[in-house]
Design a protein around this ligand. Structure first.
Ligand SMILES: Nc1ncnc2c1ncn2[C@@H]1O[C@H](COP(=O)(O)OP(=O)(O)OP(=O)(O)O)[C@@H](O)[C@H]1O
Length: 245
């Protein structure tokens, strides 16, 4: 799998939001796009997922131009968009139903991943009966079932309380090692970026340009302990400087 964003610019009725963005995501990579609030991070993911089209540039997936073509990548929004009247299993399997897969086999595929996503034993529950963290894991499972090689995540833990957010980051770190997906995650949280990423792209305030690209010097498997190291502090200082200069 190879995803390329090539010289993409985007504006909304005269408001320049993204300016000449280039990035590349490859197999099993974990790329974090870090930028100030309102700079255009969600717009970037909407462009990649084909929900909107850029004014200039293109999106290329495995050599194919997918600019403006929805449905080619998995895209998880900030809010979980679970259907309250479907149980967890059917919420997760929904994209497979829509794709025309038989209900029994779609449910079986979802069931096989429930344990990895920390949802074993909850398949008959409804979204309203779950915690915020569990609902986000159902959303992630649904995105992963839709396309298991590439996941776009828009501030996936932004709406969670601090403790749940940390738990979810730890869980994502752990599960990422066992999944075969490449992840592109956007956030404005510097610690989250360092903890999760292999590479961090820092965007400027709107109109967002790529200000700097940082390699994260921590291997995998990785744990929260990296946040106590001197390399972490050094990287955090550089990221802050890049975000605020
Ligand atoms: N469809 C649209 N029409 C007009 N303006 C839009 C549209 N979508 C986004 N914008 C504007 O583009 C800018 C960037 O929005 P975007 O949601 O991409 O930022 P963001 O970095 O994801 O913000 P946050 O960190 O707060 O989620 C904002 O000023 C927003 O008002």
């Amino acid at each position: 799998m190879s995803l390329k964003v090539e010289s993409v610019s985007c504006s909304f009725s005269g408001l320049n939001v993204l300016s000449d963005i280039n990035l590349e995501l490859e197999n099993k990579g974990f790329l974090v796009v870090l930028g100030p609030s309102g700079c255009g991070k969600s717009t970037l993911l909407k462009l990649i997922s084909g929900l909107i089209t850029p004014n200039r540039g293109k999106i290329v997936l495995d050599g194919e131009d997918i600019t403006g073509k929805p449905g080619m990548v998995s895209y998880m929004h900030q809010e979980d968009l679970l259907l309250p009247w479907l149980n967890i299993l059917d919420n997760a399997a929904l994209p497979l139903f829509i794709r025309g897969e038989k209900k029994t086999s779609a449910r079986q595929k979802a069931r096989e991943l429930l344990a990895d996503f920390g949802l074993a034993g909850f398949e008959q529950y409804y979204p309203g009966q779950l915690s915020g963290g569990m609902r986000q894991r159902v959303s992630l499972l649904r995105s992963y079932l839709y396309r298991n090689d590439i996941l776009l995540l828009d501030e996936p833990f932004g709406a969670l309380d601090a403790i749940t957010r940390e738990k979810m980051q730890d869980w994502l770190l752990d599960v990422f090692s066992s999944l075969s997906a490449a992840v592109l995650l956007v956030t404005h949280d510097v610690d989250e970026a360092i903890l999760l990423a292999d590479k961090i792209i820092v965007l400027s305030p709107r109109p967002a340009r790529i200000r700097e690209v940082f390699d994260v010097p921590f291997g995998r498997p990785r744990s929260r302990d990296v946040l106590l190291s001197s390399e972490y502090l050094k990287l955090k200082r550089s990221l802050w400087a890049s975000l605020t200069h």
